[in-house]
Design a protein around this ligand. Structure first.
Ligand code: FMN
Length: 160
């Protein structure tokens, strides 16, 4: 066993939800799947996520300065895979997707469990990733399905 595979196994023992983080710049949509989302502060409301430092998303975010957190439901596993596929361009990820636009003009994906509209506040370098801290400007909780969970490198449902 190598350090890397052991380390991955240990991190995989931590169960998370799954999000798609979105932004919009000059009419073009950007988004990727992330489970590094976490809440940071209640007052003022702040959240963070980590993104690899060569991600296409980061260039768009540097200009748009806003992002949306879409918390995925158990029915949205195919979408999670689509937005985690490095072979797909951002425009291909959003093709045919039902969505609306937030106050900050970020895509809200239909069928997500909850949505947070955020203004980017600070980006810090951390190894091969960046930590993006944002201020939450508004949010919505939608009724419906169970959350999509991620554990030990695979998707799970609440019943499993
Ligand atoms: C469940 C899941 C969670 C992920 N979480 C993150 C994350 O928190 N940060 C990250 O940079 N990539 C994460 N990824 C990988 C990205 O979604 C993937 O590398 C994607 O291709 C990045 O977008 P890009 O190709 O536009 O750079 C995750 C993938 C999956 C399937």
């Amino acid at each position: 066993m190598s350090f890397k595979s052991d380390y991955r196994k240990v991190l995989g023992a931590f169960t998370t939800g799954v999000t798609i983080i979105t932004t919009q710049l000059d009419g073009a949509y950007y988004g990727f799947t992330a489970n590094s989302f976490t809440s940071v502060s209640l007052d003022p409301p702040m959240v963070l996520f980590c993104v690899k430092n060569d991600a296409t998303f980061i260039d768009a975010l540097a200009d748009s300065k806003v992002f949306g957190i879409n918390i995925l439901s158990s029915r949205q596993e195919p979408l999670s895979n689509k937005f985690a596929n490095p072979a797909l361009l951002n425009e291909q990820r959003f093709e045919g997707l039902k969505m609306s636009q937030s106050e900050l003009k970020c895509p809200i994906i239909s069928g997500c469990l909850a949505y947070l509209d955020c203004e980017h506040f600070k980006i810090s370098k951390a190894g091969d990733h960046l930590i993006v801290l944002g201020k939450v400007k508004s949010f919505d909780k939608y009724e419906g399905d169970d959350p999509l969970l991620y554990y030990a490198g695979g998707y799970r449902g609440l019943q499993q």
